[in-house]
Ligand binder design. Structure first.
Ligand SMILES: [Zn+2]
Length: 306
């Protein structure tokens, strides 16, 4: 399958601080692994453009966009909360990260490629309409999904989020949008400590207790995501691809393996092939154990390539 790989050198210029897990080395770990696995040259490579403000404003308030764009990082790192920080290269990285998803969506919907993976940072799924949060400045996957919904031919998009943390930002942005089905799996209770009581039929939760392994992960996804996806019949699938549920991660307490991420990607592609002409846009979220991250993304991309 023609699969795009979208990134930009600016995404390595966001430097949260020496000991911050969301480090520029994450992107090198991914590209190094793809090269050594022989996958890199099979991908169609694109540079991520900077996102247009009009694309951001579909999911973010003008106040939020202006706030992020005007943070003064010339003298020191600026902490927006206890986890989320901006330095001199952060804004450009965030604009490229969000722009990657819009480009990926265009490429997939125009038929230039069938699938796309955005190797970008900072991640996005915790960012809410009016708030940066949890390493995230703009909600990249939400910006991308909203861009798909501007097309006359697209009425239903699904977002699958298997990051170990609940994608609270994505859910808050789309909870009243019937054109979006948001399916998430995550360790619970855990950061961001979301209130999971929801009567929204378009938000499907698959919470996992600390210590859960791949068997449990697959069972809850089969039980919760799959029937919702089959009923919804999405026309394009977005993946918030966080790999921080891997057993090697020190940040979380799930026991997932490369094989589990391969399985989840296969499910996404199976649903995409059945209902969405194979169209999948995947965007990097978490994943901080560098070696495991590289291996997981390689398995993910191997499946996207078919
Ligand atoms: Zn995460």
């Amino acid at each position: 399958m023609a699969t795009a790989y979208i990134t930009h050198p600016d995404c390595k210029e966001h430097n949260p601080s020496r000991h911050h897990p969301e480090s520029p080395a994450r992107l090198a770990a991914i590209s190094d692994r793809l090269i050594s696995a022989g996958l890199f040259d099979l991908l169609h490579h694109y540079e991520a453009p900077e996102v247009a403000q009009s694309d951001l404003l579909r999911v973010h308030s003008l106040a939020h966009v202006e706030r992020i764009c005007s943070v003064d990082t010339t003298k020191e790192l600026v902490w927006l909360d206890g986890d989320t920080v901006m330095g001199p290269g952060s804004l450009k990285a965030a604009l490229r990260a969000a722009g990657a998803g819009v480009l990926a969506t265009e490429l997939v919907l125009s038929g230039e490629v069938e699938r796309a993976f955005c190797a970008v940072r900072p991640p996005g799924h915790h960012a809410e309409s009016d708030q940066a949060m949890g390493f995230c400045l703009f909600n990249n996957i939400a910006v991308a999904a909203a861009s798909a919904l501007t097309r006359a031919e697209v009425e239903r998009v699904a977002i699958l989020d298997f990051d170990v943390h609940h994608g609270n930002g994505t859910e808050a942005i789309f909870r009243d949008e019937p054109g979006v089905l948001f399916c998430s799996s995550f360790q619970h209770p855990f950061y961001p400590h979301s209130d999971l009581v929801t009567d929204r039929p378009n938000c499907v939760h698959a919470p996992l207790a600390a210590g859960s392994d791949g068997r449990v992960f697959r069972e809850v996804i089969e039980a919760h995501w799959r029937p919702a996806l089959e009923a919804f019949e999405p026309q394009i699938i977005f993946i918030s691809a966080g790999f921080d549920g891997h057993w090697e991660e020190e940040l979380a307490e799930l026991q997932l393996t490369e094989a589990d991420y391969r399985w989840a990607t296969e499910l996404a592609c199976l649903i995409a092939d059945r209902y969405a002409d194979g169209r999948v846009v995947s965007m990097l979220e978490g994943g901080y154990a560098l070696d495991a991250l590289g291996r997981c993304v390689a398995e993910h991309i191997r499946v996207l390539l078919g």
